[in-house]
Design a protein around this ligand. Structure first.
Ligand code: FA5
Length: 340
């Protein structure tokens, strides 16, 4: 009779093992069938009531059933483990042959970009890039540039004075003088850099901004050269052909002096809000180097002549990117800078 019980127990247990959907479902089967108080343990107790040879036979059968059920449980459990591992590997799949994710990339500030481009253009045209001090002597910033102490042009470039009599340079023009003093003629130089003015800050004026100075000294230079270099520079900056015109402009260190305008890029000269209906945009101060400036820098104006220009890099950036307030550029606000 116990044969039938065992056989039934085994069949039923095998069905339950097969039907289990998870490893947890196997646990009640283990407790109820194989556990200390389970069905097989009960059969084991009943063995005592059997005659000895019957007891031995059923005892053997009981062990076989027990072992085979344990194996079936173990096999089913490994299936679940394998499925769980496969699912985890699927979820955590990692291709080690893929390139690593790139770090977030920044970019140069708009001012640095335009400065680097202009340095490239001018060096390709044979110009040297010079640097000068931001804390300048009064002599280099003014006197050597033909602006003596009582000259009204000093009022146009009010600045920050240091207690030792030096000042924060108001323009990059003093680097002209330093370049001529150091290198002598012939000379082709540019000098980009930061300048300062004691200025009311508004949408188009900063107290700290950037300029680029340029100068060429040779035996025979003309305004035609100047116009050629200015056109080349501005066409590169705006990435298209530009039309320029010269108007008389006053700077004590050039004679004659000019304001160089470009035809408005937005309305193509028709007149719009940006060019204040004039069709032209003021871009560069320039002219032929004043003989006094050559003389002050140790160059004989009878032998040599030159042209010079100064352009507001900050304003060029604003034109190029249609930025309508200069204050954004040095605000340090990354939301602004990331747009470009
Ligand atoms: C000068 O500074 C002369 N040194 C330029 C020059 C050099 C003329 C060589 C002739 C020969 P100006 O003060 O106009 O000139 O300034 C030149 C440019 O700097 C202006 O056209 C403008 O673009 C820019 N600029 C002047 N003031 C400010 C300011 N407060 N904020 C931003 N840009 C300014």
């Amino acid at each position: 009779m116990l044969d039938a019980t065992l056989s039934q127990l085994e069949t039923r247990a095998r069905e339950r093992i097969a039907a289990a959907a998870t490893a947890q479902d196997l646990e009640p089967v283990r407790i109820e069938v194989l556990g200390r108080k389970g069905a097989l343990a009960q059969v084991s107790k009943d063995l005592g009531k059997l005659p000895p040879d019957e007891r031995a036979r059923i005892g053997k059968l009981l062990n076989t059933v027990k072992q085979s059920l344990e194996e079936a449980m173990e096999a089913r459990k490994s299936q679940f483990d394998a499925a769980a591992l496969a699912a985890r590997l699927d979820a955590e799949w990692l291709d080690l042959t893929l390139p690593a994710p790139e770090p977030e990339r920044g970019h140069l500030h708009l001012l640095s970009q335009i400065q680097a481009e202009l340095e490239d253009i001018f060096t390709s045209l044979g110009f040297t890039v010079l640097d000068g001090p931001e804390v300048e002597t009064e002599y280099h910033n003014f006197d050597a540039l033909n602006i003596p102490p009582d000259h009204p042009a000093r009022d146009m470039q009010d600045t920050f004075w240091l207690t030792d009599g030096n000042l924060l340079r108001t323009h990059t023009s003093p680097v002209q003088v330093r370049g001529m003093e150091r290198l002598g003629p012939p000379l082709r130089m540019i000098a980009p850099g930061r300048v300062f003015r004691n200025e009311e800050v508004d949408a188009s004026h900063e107290h700290t901004f950037y300029q680029l100075e340029g100068m060429m000294i040779d035996r025979e230079v003309s305004i035609a050269h100047l116009v050629y270099f200015m056109k080349t520079m501005l066409s590169e900056v705006f990435r298209r052909e530009v039309t320029v015109r010269l108007r008389p402009g006053y700077f004590p260190f050039v004679e004659p002096g000019f304001e160089l305008d470009i035809r408005c890029l937005l309305c193509d000269g028709q007149g719009c809000r940006v060019c204040k209906q004039s069709g032209w945009l003021e871009q560069v101060g320039c002219g032929l180097v004043h003989p006094n400036v050559l003389r002050n820098s140790g160059i004989d104006p009878e032998q040599w002549m030159g042209w010079a220009f100064g352009v507001g890099l900050t304003r060029l950036v604003m034109m190029r990117h249609a930025i309508d307030d200069i204050r954004y550029l040095q605000s340090g606000d990354l939301r602004f800078l990331r747009q470009f």
